[in-house]
Design a protein. Structure first.
Length: 310
């Protein structure tokens, strides 16, 4: 009897353990499982706030224009001629914008400026000015020059064509620096020397233009451009005359000697503070200027005392 009691007691104990095990499995299966915390989404890329700039200023002799540049992605860019708005454009996801004005630019000289309104409502003015002169009779070429913190760039109407090796502009700042700019095939390495001594080097950008800043040279001479293309081929050198003439000297003497790339609009912008006053220089030097779009290195122009600009 005792043996049977032990036997059935053992079976009961095993049954109890089995029941507990099954109950535990059922409990675990019914209990919510903790899930790992998903990683936080990456923060949106930071937007670099930059002032709008010109990439393309193309104007024909009749005033038909294409204006393009860079701005903050999503910004609304406002383009003005003087105080008049000639159009707006929205920068795309890469920050590029293009404007084809609905009406041709009028004949004569004008200054085109940029400003942008960011998606959050912030407004930012551009630091560049495009000085444009459209021929009155619709003949010849319109001159377009963009001036800004990095010097001046002749976009059309004068100077070497983008992508060809050449000297475009020489500007001076008030801190004793000269800003040299020119053209070369994209990716070309350009070395610039004056009188056999290197004064700077630069690499042409995708737009076929280069520039660099250096101390103002101590004397006049011959500038030599040596360039190696992106394919490693050496390009024929280019020599251009260079006549030193700093702005303080020009103003003090009442004249300026034209250096490669100079034009009446940038001279007027520097000396008078208004590129539109090119007419003052033109009138005072009409005997030397057959075409206001074409002036040449070595010409010496009188700079009249400026009148008050409205």
């Amino acid at each position: 009897m005792a043996e049977m009691t032990r036997k059935y007691g053992g079976i009961a104990a095993l049954a109890l353990l089995a029941g507990l095990a099954i109950g535990g499995l059922l409990y675990l299966s019914a209990k919510p499982q903790l899930q790992p915390t998903p990683p936080a989404p990456p923060p949106p890329p930071a937007v670099t706030v930059v002032a709008p700039t010109f990439d393309v200023v193309r104007v024909d002799a009749h005033g038909n224009a294409v204006l393009a540049g860079r701005a903050v992605p999503g910004a609304v860019v406002t383009i003005r001629s003087g105080d008049k708005i000639i159009g707006t454009a929205t920068a795309d996801a890469q920050g590029a914008f293009v404007l084809v004005p609905s009406a041709p630019l009028p004949p004569g000289a004008q200054e085109i400026t940029l400003s942008e309104t960011l998606p959050d409502g912030t407004k930012l003015a551009g630091q560049e000015v495009a000085a444009i002169n459209v021929p009155v009779d619709g003949q010849g070429h319109a001159l377009a020059v963009v001036s800004g913190p990095n010097g001046s760039v002749v976009m059309s109407g004068q100077g070497p064509a983008a992508g060809t090796l050449g000297m475009g502009t020489v500007d001076y700042d008030t801190d004793g620096h000269a800003l040299f700019g020119g053209t070369a095939p994209p990716g070309a390495k350009v070395n610039v020397s004056l009188g056999g001594k290197q004064i700077g080097q630069a690499v042409a950008g995708a737009d076929g233009r280069w520039h660099f800043i250096s101390p103002t040279p101590a004397a006049s001479g011959t500038i030599t451009l040596l360039a190696t293309g992106a394919d490693g081929k050496v390009m024929p050198p280019v020599d251009v005359p260079f006549t030193l003439q700093t702005l303080p000297e020009a103003v003090a003497a009442g004249n300026v000697v034209i250096v490669p790339g100079d034009n009446l609009w940038t001279i007027s912008q520097h000396v008078y503070g208004h590129g539109i006053m090119y007419t003052v220089i033109y009138t005072a030097n009409a005997n030397q200027i057959e075409n206001p779009n074409l002036i040449y290195p070595g010409q010496k122009f009188t700079l009249p005392q400026p009148q008050k600009v409205p």
